[in-house]
Design a protein around this ligand. Sequence first.
Ligand code: 26W
Length: 818
Amino acid sequence: MPTTTFDKESIKASIVGKLQRYNGRTIKEASNQQIYRALASTVRDQIMQKWMISRQERKTSKAKRLYYLSVEFLMGRSLYCNILNLVSTDAYQQALKELDINIDDVLKEEPEPALGNGGLGRLAACFMDSLASLDLPTMGCSIRYEYGLFRQKIIDGQQVELPDYWLGNGNVWEMPVMEDACEVHFNGHVDMTEENGRMTFVHRDYNTVEAIPYDMPIVGYDTSTVNSLRLWSARSPKRMNLSDFGEGHYVQAAAEKELAEAISNILYPEDKHYEGKLLRLKQQYFFTSATLQYILRDFKKLNGPDWQRLPEQVVIHINDTHPGLAIPELMRLLMDQEGLGWDEAQAIVSKTMAYTNHTIMAEALEKWPEDMVRTLLPRIHMILVEMNRRLCARLWNHFPGQAERVGKMAIISYGQIHMANLCVAMTFNTNGVSQLHGDILKAETFRDFHAVMPEKFSAITNGITHRRWLMACNPKLTSLINESIGTDWIKDTSLLSNLAPFADDAAFREKFAAIKRENKLRLTEYLKRQQGVTVDPDFMFDAQSKRLHEYKRQMLNALHILVLYNRIVNDASFTMEPRAFIFGSKAAPGYNRAKQIIRFINALSRLIDAHPRARQMLQVVFLENYDVSSAQVLIPATELSEQLSTASKEASGTGNMKYMMNGAVTIGTMDGANVEISQQVGMDNIYIFGMRSDTVLDMYRDGTYNPMTIYETNHEIRQALTQLIDGTLLPEAPGAFQELYHSLLMADWGSLADPYFVLKDFGSYSMAQQRVNQDYADKDKWNRMAVINTAMSGVFSSDRTIREYNDTIWHMTPLHKH
Ligand code: 26W
């Protein structure tokens, strides 16, 4: 494959030349932002060549292509990872050094595309990296939100949300593809007519929104494959014109334009809690319809209208139910546009689409009001009604007379569209994201579906890209690994286990610990610079970073810290290994209890800082605006990883894997992928506590749990809870945590007392923490555990995950030999 080589000298020349041409500046005069753009567009030039070739390769080889549909792709910054995947870090580093440019200062200039909330969006990003690296032809499809997830500031100990206008300085990586623009139609009505004994459906009087695609290149590691991430932007077809202005319609025209363009304006910051908001429904249909139209056009161009072959050429993956309208949309296009009959269309649809579920939390399962769908998407609604009729007829055969059961499985019931039922019923595969989660889907969430269609269910454990989450964020550890076991592990991460014997090598452990120490210093500097906080690098670094949610139990961690504080204050002889507890977490803006927990953590931090003896042993740090970039600093510096979800509630978790890979030891419940982490490292190298998932599920069923008995018998818990409301924590607003306190002790309308068993698991957690404290004092023991964690993390590479998806669900052929 003939490509221009980008050696050190040509990189230097390119950067200097671009600064001259774009900015009329020399390196010395240029700002970091200008240097960033010159550097990034140099890297882009290198990618463009490969991108072109990759596109050609896919077309000429007629390879099956995956479309991965997701409302979120939490990509993080691209520049460094792109250089890494081009296997050009040395050339770029040297070039920059010779130009006297500090690479870290330049990398910081890239705005982070925060087009996701948490795990689901970051998983999609890791998948894109692995798909390209494994040469699997893929297009990721989503929305080009102008505002990503809000930026978080902590002001007076509380979360404040600021807008994230990430496109302010433009986006070096995106390319508009005007020739693929299309229209998406909303509202209006459907005319049915009969022509030659066939019903035809014509959508009339609709409102049009234009969908403009912007493609971003996804570079595979050490391969020529470059895939695309296609982000759709909404544009009003109404252009401003002078006659509008003259006739006084200008304002009205502007308002309509704004309404259409609102569709791709902002990412919904809710993670887990579903609300039936019209704009969200519009977003989902907008990007799904645009994507499906493109898929069919592209297929037709390559294969002609041979729709029976669609499932051979295309697989469409639905990342949770959010893009689930792709199902009726594909039906609509095949029938109304391409003239297929229902049965033919349905057979194609259910051979082409697969679905992954990411949560069992009932409040997160999407249900759209039927009226809303009927008004906004009249033709889609008709299709859903017919799908539902046929599904229910089939289910009646299976469960005769069992109306309640069939109702629970229906696509439409009690005036609501049940997206999860639609996805399970109409796709060929329903996947869970860890072994435990897969089991719970079969036994609980989709129990009845499993009885009817067991062959559809799979469980493929999530993974993370080791290129970003080890090689890019922890270059020193990467070098140590390379020196010790060679570099083959980069393409086959199972080989990381060759590191395990080094756990017993004192000299190796020494080096491993020294790198951890350097990463701790890097985090310390980051915290100092970003938020003016000083942290002692001699403290143990203990971190819990993830979205704030009650089921993730940041509260368990915080209450335990308060108990430690009380032990120190109440007992002058109490000592412990000094520890910095670091939290990184955003709360959904409307999730009050979560915001109270953030306030509690910050109040706790202040309480400890004010106590001369407590602050010798304890520190609480709230890392502001946790995002992909700060995770890349936090995780390599962490020694203890907190994974505290109530067993059964965390579908997988992926932060747990990132920490493990960087040599943190986990304290956690037997939940999600923690179960598999414990199997990899063995029980001696992890701190497992708390109720198991089956016990939790039984406790929910029998409903006898009463946290009040724990409150009454455990005086440490009683004291800590009382401090929440007696003014110890927030003398300026003593009532602020009343609701939080209440939720842990009292049942309320519609909610149990302590619904996530914080008090129930507290004792077990506290004991596990005592073991952590003892073991940390034994440096050899601790470092041995840390090494084992890195060594056994290979299976959690998303390369393994993607291979499994491909073997069991997608069945694509890699563009190159592997
Ligand atoms: C409609 C509101 C809404 C928004 C987002 C509901 C549900 C979601 C996601 C499904 C939440 C999510 O991110 N789930 C997480 O997915 C990760 C990747 O599979 C898992 O590792 C996490 O355990 C799971 O919570």
